[in-house]
Design a protein around this ligand. Structure first.
Ligand SMILES: N[C@@H](CCC(=O)N[C@@H](CS)C(=O)NCC(=O)O)C(=O)O
Length: 201
């Protein structure tokens, strides 16, 4: 299998952490690409019609894309139990929360990077940040017991989302008012899979 990736993408990081946690890293060739909405990489466009990474190219079956699909595939392949039957819909909702935070956080970066300065909308940026902010509040008030439980894909996704906030939105100081979440993340970030996938670039 080949994974189209970049070292800065938080969606790719979900897949990389899953590969580490499920012991499948050696089975995937990692291919770094430079892919943006304005300069799509040709290999990415060929693998995924919506032009996004991660994409997992399989030799004997169609390419998989979207981190949620890839992570679930890798979990099933390794029978790792990261989507436990007993609390499946909680796990999926937590993963969706992380992905929603990430979509908003990435869109802010794209707005600042790829739009001409005079077209950048501060209202739109703040509207995106509000989504992140509400999700942080929901994690702090409703999800701490789930986060404290056995490792699952919801936790991995939230770990990657909080890591991305540190990486790209440090100035927003997400820990303020989210003490329990910050304490959880401090421990989670020490997992070897998280340390091995620290974003850069
Ligand atoms: N829902 C997708 C989102 C993936 C995504 O947005 N990837 C970004 C990099 S972080 C990308 O490839 N952006 C290029 C673009 O939007 O054209 C997933 O979970 O894989």
């Amino acid at each position: 299998m080949k994974l189209l990736k970049s070292p800065a993408s938080p969606f790719v990081r979900k897949v990389m952490v899953t590969l580490h946690e499920t012991g499948q890293l050696d089975e995937v060739e990692l291919i770094d690409v430079a892919n943006t909405p304005l300069s799509p990489d040709s290999a990415v466009a060929a693998a995924n019609p919506v032009g996004k990474i991660p994409a997992l190219i399989r030799h004997d079956a169609p390419t998989l894309y979207d981190s949620r699909v890839i992570c679930r595939f890798l979990d099933q392949r390794a029978k790792a139990g990261l989507y436990p039957d007993k609390r499946l819909f909680d796990t999926l909702t937590l993963e969706a929360t992380a992905d929603g935070m990430l979509e908003a956080a990435v869109l802010i970066i794209y707005e600042e990077r790829f739009r001409p300065r005079e077209q950048v909308s501060m209202d739109w940026i703040e509207g995106q940040w509000l989504k992140v902010s509400r999700a942080l509040d929901a994690l702090e008030t409703r999800w701490m017991s789930h986060l404290a439980g056995r490792l699952d894909m919801g936790q991995i996704a939230i770990g990657c989302a909080l890591g991305y906030l540190d990486f790209r939105h440090d100035a927003r100081k997400w820990r303020t008012g989210h003490d329990s979440l910050a304490a959880w993340y401090e421990g989670f970030a020490q997992r070897p899979a998280m340390i091995a996938t620290t974003p850069h670039g």
